[in-house]
Design a protein. Structure first.
Length: 145
């Protein structure tokens, strides 16, 4: 007895041009570049934070890793995201972007770690999720002016 294999009906070719255009447009957008730079900078800051946690309390570890990340972020944002020139004026203004974000991050860490008992490594992830949108709009405002 011979079994007959039915072939699936042929699928019509899907036009991928709109998808390619969307990807290309997204890759050229400031927000996409900001997210990419932010992911790289956040990962680096997180690794530094975890290293500092080996010998520092979590708030000190957060503060030091945060300061390092701000300097790194300035150069990545100026060169890659907003495509501006480095200047002493913008370098000195840029940390102002992070003041609100820093204190918000400290408050969230204090709340999650100090009051709710969540581990500092997980609490840091929550800080990132909450502060990324604030960071994008404030960075854009300072660097594009």
């Amino acid at each position: 007895m011979r079994l007959r294999h039915n072939r699936a009906p042929s699928l019509q070719r899907i036009d991928s041009k709109p998808v390619k255009t969307l990807i290309k447009t997204s890759a050229n957008s400031e927000f996409f570049r900001f997210l990419l730079v932010g992911a790289i900078n956040t990962l680096a800051a997180y690794v530094v934070y975890l290293l500092f946690l080996l010998f520092l309390p979590y708030l000190y570890a957060y503060t030091l890793s945060y300061c390092i990340a701000v300097v790194n972020s300035y150069f990545l944002n100026v060169y890659f995201v907003f495509r501006k020139k480095v200047s002493l004026h913008s370098f000195l203004k840029f940390p102002a972007v992070y003041i609100l974000q820093y204190f918000l991050g400290v408050f969230i860490l204090w709340l999650l770690v100090g009051k709710l008992g969540i581990g500092p490594a997980w609490a840091y992830a929550v800080v990132v999720i909450v502060t990324v949108p604030i960071n994008f709009f404030s960075s854009r405002f300072v660097l594009k002016k």
